[in-house]
Design a binder for this molecule. Structure first.
Ligand code: PEP
Ligand code: MG
Length: 589
């Protein structure tokens, strides 16, 4: 057994798993280089053609298996893109030409692909440059097949393993199978990275941002991944291992109990009904939300529809995808947020490399700004699709990153144009779809009354509200210690947003990560918020907490918390209050 270590990373998907490490290489295999004599060139050409065919069949098989298992169109697009590259005559002819000139098949692949990659790299088009990574992945598959290496994939292990790599892509995450992938550890990535969001939505415990993970961990090391605390234990001693296994058991038992308890409405002991909705990333998450008793979808992040894509989704595709969510929710409300692209949410369809970074990505061309200034027609097609789907269920439109009244007015003007266009085109739509905005920029909290007067609801996005209020980039690990959800300034802004909503007579909900934290969920209820939207996995616990508390008790706690001077004071008040009403159940959070 190797050295014992404990490393700290960022826990991005809860759950504790124990198992052997499996390191996944993310680089091209070494290709041999030799000359083929003329009499053997035909044979070599056949070997190359067979490898091309084998690679193509593998992709078809993966696609077939995935189609049976789940609904991840995002991954299917990637697989199709790879298959199309393999089927391209240029790849076949280009590599065969090298073999005809005496190159061995592996070297022919390396030479041809490096030429293609060099051409792509020079291109001014972001999408074409992005294709480079697809070409590299296809090349890797092809070389592995020529070399007879088994696929270094993230799926299909004989025994359950914990995967370790420098980085996992979102498509890797989508391919991980629960039976054989217990969890994963990555050197790179942050809490809000696309991969992290997916791991959480697929229930795969994960710790990312672990410095030098691929150097410190060896193949077969026993790992304990604690996706709750972000700790990673390598070859723990028997005593530590026992303690961790005990924590694992308590956590699983607690989760099981929560899931088994019949879904009862979230009503406080003194009869106040709280709507608990789900935040979803992929449309397939809607099934999970429904299964866990969500009262609707409070936030459907539509960025995924534009990520990992080579072509923009058209209006018809958007309508079809939205319809799947609306249908899965069986009449419950579905709040769909317009694309919040930019900043850390990169969609390479739109940005040239490095461009999305801007001067300060977190405060740059993102969300509604990006839609209005950079991609107005794409935004318009999304608005049209939303209005159309509005005639098929209780659909609400949510606008991200609004910072002032004129910006909101510009969106409302565009929405009116979308309605006119749909009328002209004779398409069915709901002209009265509810429109709300995210309160995630402090300015929006301060002007909540004025903004609220122009929309139907407000939804507080605490993830961004914290970063902008405290001037702490949520992606920057070096200032993560200052990212305090319980900071009095953040809570006061939330309280202002609630008052603004009340003054303009519209409902206010919370959809940031804070809503799924029992301590803050209880506080929000006490502040008068009666709708919370969270990662589906948090629903059972928050429902349990709601049923164990009194609104009057929450209200007086909220008053005390809002009068607090420091985060420490806030947190101790919240914890004390929660402990006295529901015991220690929330300790896993
Ligand atoms: C938020 O900012 O709180 C939010 C819900 O949006 P996102 O995490 O997608 O930025
Ligand atoms: Mg946000």
């Amino acid at each position: 057994m190797g050295d014992m270590h404990r490393l700290q990373g960022v826990g991005v998907s809860p759950g504790i798993v124990v198992g052997p490490a499996h390191l996944v290489a993310r680089c091209m295999p070494d290709a041999p280089h030799y000359c083929i004599t003329p009499e053997h060139r035909h044979e070599e050409e056949e070997r190359l053609i067979n490898a091309l065919e084998e690679s193509r069949s593998q992709l078809l098989k993966i696609k077939q298996d995935l189609t049976k298992q789940n609904n991840n169109p995002e991954l299917l697009y990637i697989l199709d893109a790879h298959r199309l590259i393999l089927e391209d005559n240029m790849l076949r002819d280009g590599t065969v030409a090298y073999v005809k000139n005496g190159f061995n098949a592996e070297w022919a692949v390396v030479r041809y692909l490096s030429e293609v990659i060099a051409i792509f790299q020079k291109m001014d088009d972001a999408y074409l440059r992005e294709k480079r990574s697809d070409i590299e992945q296809v090349g890797k598959r092809l070389l592995n097949n020529l070399l007879g290496h088994s696929e270094d994939s993230v799926a299909g292990f004989p025994e359950p393993v914990i995967l370790v790599a420098e980085e996992f892509t979102p498509s890797d995450t989508l391919q991980m199978k629960h039976e054989t992938v217990l969890g994963f550890v990555a050197q790179r990535g942050g809490r809000t990275s696309h991969t992290a969001i997916l791991a959480k939505s697929l229930d795969i415990p994960a710790v990312v941002g672990v410095d030098k993970a691929t150097i410190k961990i060896s193949q077969g090391d026993l790992l304990v991944v604690d996706g709750l605390s972000g700790f990673l234990h390598i070859n723990p001693d028997p005593h530590t291992l026992d303690k961790l296994k005990d924590k694992q058991q308590r956590y699983s038992f607690f989760q099981k109990r929560l899931l088994e308890s019949t879904i009862q409405p979230a009503i406080t002991k003194d009869g106040r009904k709280i709507l608990l909705k789900a935040n979803i990333e992929l449309y397939s998450d809607a099934f999970k939300a429904k299964r866990l008793g969500a009262d609707g979808i409070g936030l459907y992040r539509t960025e995924h529809l534009y990520m990992n894509r080579s072509v923009l989704p058209d209006e018809e595709e958007l309508v079809r995808t939205f319809k799947q969510v609306v249908t899965s929710m069986k009449g419950l409300p579905v709040t769909i947020r317009t694309m919040d692209i930019g900043g850390e949410k990169q969609a390479k369809l739109f940005f040239k490399e490095g461009e999305y970074a801007g001067v300060n990505p977190a405060m740059g061309m993102q969300g509604i700004r990006f839609c209005l200034r950079e991609e107005r027609s794409v935004f318009l097609s999304q608005l049209r699709a939303l209005l159309r789907i509005g005639s098929e269920g209780d659909v609400r439109i949510l606008l991200p990153m609004i910072s002032g009244v004129s910006e909101l007015e510009e969106v409302l003007q565009l929405l009116a144009e979308a309605k006119d266009g749909l009328t002209e085109d004779g398409l069915n739509f709901n002209p009265d779809v509810q429109v709300g905005l995210m309160v995630e920029v402090p300015a929006a909290a301060l002007c909540a009354k004025e903004l609220g007067a122009k929309v139907d609801f407000l939804s507080i996005g605490t993830n961004d509200l914290i970063q902008f209020t405290l001037a702490v980039d949520r992606q920057d690990e070096s200032v993560a210690y200052l990212y305090e959800s319980g900071h009095p300034a953040v809570l006061r802004l939330i309280s202002m947003a609630v008052s603004g909503g009340v003054a303009s007579g519209i409902p206010v909900s919370v959809c940031g990560e804070m809503a799924g934290d029992p301590r803050f969920a209880a506080l929000f209820m006490g502040m008068g918020i009666d709708e919370l939207s969270m990662t589906p996995g948090c629903l059972p616990l928050i429902r349990r907490i709601t049923r164990a508390m009194d609104f009057t008790q929450q209200e007086s706690m909220a008053n005390a918390v809002l009068a607090s001077h420091s985060t420490t004071q806030v947190m101790s008040l919240l914890e004390e209050m929660l402990r006295s009403s529901v015991g220690n159940e929330h300790i896993f959070h």
